[in-house]
Design a protein around this ligand. Structure first.
Ligand SMILES: Cc1cc2nc3c(=O)[nH]c(=O)nc-3n(C[C@H](O)[C@H](O)[C@H](O)COP(=O)(O)OP(=O)(O)OC[C@H]3O[C@@H](n4cnc5c(N)ncnc54)[C@H](O)[C@@H]3O)c2cc1C
Length: 468
């Protein structure tokens, strides 16, 4: 696809659109949208626009569609698969001005929001009303709810409460030709035609611009109990995950952290108050929540009894709010800590939960074969392991060539175990060349046909999801 380069006339048109807050071409603004949190990628847009109204986005899209100008929607830019990067230049549509929570419908336990609201802000807002929006990506203090919908994000609580798709009821979307549609209805059940709402969830900004989101909420949960369990063998930590479920318990979070992940995060956050004995290989951070405190303590004791069957160190029960905060901060900062340590590539593997120990063995075996070090952590309760491949002392040549082969092998093993390429970070730019491992030609053709129906000219977030 050959796109048109943006001209002064195009800029003048964007500026003339009513409801357009900003049309930015200065270097600083372009740079701010040239990267996200994915590794060290860099793609400059030609212009960054911030619209304030749906009508403005509609006019922008209709024009770009006609003029063959690529448009890349951008939330907060915390994505980990390069989805918001303008790989063909063109327009970055920055959604930060869409930052209003429109309506809290307490009677129906629903909230309607614009996509540029920070996830944590939305969670705090509904909490004030005694309600709970559970999906909590570790980036919740900075990512936008619209980005979460576009990526179908997860987080530690997904193990009990599900991911974003389980809360999205209805969406307002501007299609690539500028038409505005709602995808469904504000109802808890909907068996009416194809499910366009769920098609948009996780579509990574390739099918339409999400401009309003209706989310289902649940009553707030009053109590939680948290413990950190150290394991002398990392594989045993993975085995314990499934054993806890098999024993009949569903924690509200079950996070795995390899030793390096926790150690680097402790250093990064300058945390004190946790001892990390030399013989510990990994930890599980386990939380249970509910409204009956006694029942929670009983559950936690029962879970502690399950993990006692493994070779573990001293369990840390977080007694105070501060201790809980400290443990969660350590977990949430692992990604940043790894990034600050070395050049790395992150894979977002997910397998059926019982296959987690085998996945970890395979990762370490491939590391030995291909000469890479890996630091693994993630939402173990979902079978979702983030594999951070650290460049360390690997040569540039091996890093740029041999590693791709190693990653392909890893994904092939993941698929053999019944898993897939990404649990929550999406395919975006960096995983698109591996899609053939997870899908047959026919499956990929169906997906491409869907893209074609929504975006026949191909101006919306080109270069993502599908191999070139
Ligand atoms: C430290 C850290 C921790 C993280 N932890 C988690 C985690 O626990 N779980 C998890 O799932 N992810 C996690 N992430 C990844 C990231 O935060 C999520 O993918 C998040 O949903 C991205 O939101 P964003 O607003 O930053 O979107 P962006 O990165 O800006 O965009 C992501 C994608 O969404 C599209 N998009 C954005 N807004 C719209 C819109 N309005 N309409 C259409 N398309 C749109 C973009 O085109 C792009 O393809 C983490 C990231 C970091 C840096």
């Amino acid at each position: 696809m050959v796109f048109k380069k943006i001209t002064a006339a195009d800029i003048a048109f964007f500026q003339s659109i009513e409801g357009m807050k900003a049309v930015l071409t200065d270097n600083e603004s372009l740079e701010s949208c040239a990267s996200d949190e994915t590794e060290d990628l860099h793609y400059m847009p030609e212009v960054v626009v911030q619209a304030q109204t749906v009508a403005a986005i509609s006019r922008l899209m209709a024009y770009c569609n006609e003029q063959l100008i690529p448009v890349t929607p951008r939330g907060a830019g915390t994505g980990l698969s390069g989805g918001a990067l303008p790989v063909y230049g063109g327009v970055v549509l920055d959604m930060k001005a869409f930052d209003k929570i429109i309506h809290l419908d307490k009677r129906n336990l629903q909230v309607t929001t614009e996509p540029g609201v920070i996830t944590q802000v939305l969670q705090d807002y509904v909490k004030e009303a005694g309600l709970f929006y559970p999906p909590d990506p570790a980036s919740k203090g900075s990512c936008f709810i619209g980005g979460n919908v576009a990526e179908n994000s997860g987080g530690p609580r997904a193990v009990k409460y599900g991911v974003v798709k389980d809360y999205v009821l209805n969406l307002e979307v501007v299609l690539p030709d500028g038409e505005v549609v709602w995808t469904g209805a504000n109802v808890l059940k909907n068996a009416t035609g194809y499910n366009l709402t769920q098609l948009m969830v996780g579509s990574e900004g390739t099918l339409g611009i999400i401009t309003k989101i209706v989310l289902r909420l649940i009553p707030a949960v009053r109590h939680d109990v948290l413990m950190l369990v150290p394991f002398r063998q990392a594989v045993q930590a993975c085995e314990a995950v499934n054993a806890i479920f098999m024993a009949g318990y569903t924690p509200s979070a079950m996070e795995f952290m390899e030793r390096d992940a926790l150690e680097w995060s402790m250093r990064y956050t300058q945390a004190t108050g946790i001892s990390l004995p030399d013989d510990i290989e990994a930890h599980l951070l386990i939380e249970v929540d509910g409204n009956d405190k006694d029942a929670l303590y009983n559950d936690m004791e029962a879970i502690a009894a399950v993990v006692q069957h493994y070779d573990i160190g001293d369990v840390l029960f977080a007694d105070t709010h501060e201790q809980k905060q400290m443990l969660w901060t350590l977990r949430r900062k692992v990604g940043e800590a790894v990034k600050s340590n070395s050049i790395y590539k992150e894979e977002d593997t997910v397998v059926p939960r019982a296959e987690l120990p085998e996945l970890l063995r395979i990762i370490k075996q491939l590391g030995r074969e291909y000469g890479f070090q890996s630091v693994c952590y993630g939402h173990a309760g979902d079978g979702n392991l983030h594999v951070n491949i650290v460049k360390g002392s690997m040569s540039d040549e091996d890093w740029n060539t041999k590693l791709t082969e190693g990653i392909r092998k890893l994904f092939a093993e993941v698929v053999r175990l019944g898993g897939t390429l990404s649990g929550e970070h999406g395919i975006g730019l960096v995983q698109k060349d591996y899609m053939d491992i997870a899908f047959s030609n026919r499956q990929l053709q169906i997906m491409r046909s869907i893209k074609q129906v929504f975006d026949p000219i191909g101006i919306l977030n080109p270069g993502k999801v599908f191999a070139d």
